[in-house]
Design a binder for this molecule. Structure first.
Ligand code: PRP
Ligand code: URA
Length: 221
């Protein structure tokens, strides 16, 4: 079976529903001719969809409320506390999308940069909520290529006491190689992504991909 087919069928790699809307949004951000303002606007729309989908993987408990009709309704409420952790710099683009649905959410930051020549990740800095060990973590990074950066970040989270099964990696585009490497190394991790691509080029850029997300989003091309 091809790596792409393995990734698509993996039980812990959750792709957003491939609706016409999502495909149109992704087409805009993949287009090399899309101006920066539109790139940011449409990326933000996909990020919002991803964050909303990620919240579906949080546990809930039964909760009864009384409606204005005076009638009990058997519903549910989120259980457990969450926080965001962004892999700087590109992951910071996803923080607002998380704040838009989880007001005043705590957000840790881990600065990891790929060496432009070797594509090896280097950890420079991390600052996490003090009680992160007791929280669910929405880990934010739009691009998953080799998986090196995200794997390094998860090692930082595990070192801080986060339970692996409480990490939800929220990602726009992944390569099959990177996603499978992460899922193999962390057997309880879940990945929520918009699209699974075909592979990578020699410089470990995702194909067909969208180029350098951080440069396009922050205007540093
Ligand atoms: C990009 C991206 C990921 C990483 C993915 O960041 O945002 O963090 O590369 O590649 P990998 O899976 O092979 O590790 P980059 O280091 O280019 O920095 P940036 O966030 O400043 O763009
Ligand atoms: N980082 C990006 O921004 N894009 C890629 O394709 C790979 C790593």
């Amino acid at each position: 079976m091809s790596l792409s087919a393995q990734a698509v069928g993996h039980a812990r790699l959750h792709q957003l529903a491939q609706t016409h809307q999502l495909k149109a949004l992704m087409t805009i951000i993949r287009d090399q001719n899309t101006p920066r303002g539109d790139f940011v606007f449409y990326s933000d729309r996909v990020i919002r969809l991803l964050v909303e989908e990620g919240l579906n993987y949080l546990p809930v408990v039964n909760k009864e409320v009384i409606t204005p009709m005076g009638v009990p309704f058997q519903g549910v409420a989120f259980e457990g506390r969450i926080c965001g952790v962004s892999i700087m710099r590109a992951g910071e683009s996803m923080e607002q999308g998380l704040r838009d649905v989880c007001t005043s959410v705590r957000t840790g930051k881990v600065l990891i940069q790929r060496d432009e020549r070797t594509a090896q990740p280097k950890l420079y800095y991390s600052k996490l909520p003090k009680d992160i060990a007791n929280r669910w973590v929405l880990l934010l990074d739009p691009m998953l290529a080799t998986g090196g950066s995200a794997i390094k970040c998860i090692e930082v989270l595990l070192e801080a006491g986060v339970k692996e099964e409480r990490i939800l990696f929220i990602n726009l585009i992944c390569s099959p190689e990177g996603a499978l490497a992460m899922l193999e190394q962390f057997p309880k991790l879940q990945i929520i992504t918009a699209e699974i691509d075909e592979g990578m080029d020699q410089q470990k850029f995702i194909l067909p991909g969208l180029g350098d997300f951080g440069d396009r989003y922050f205007g540093t091309e």
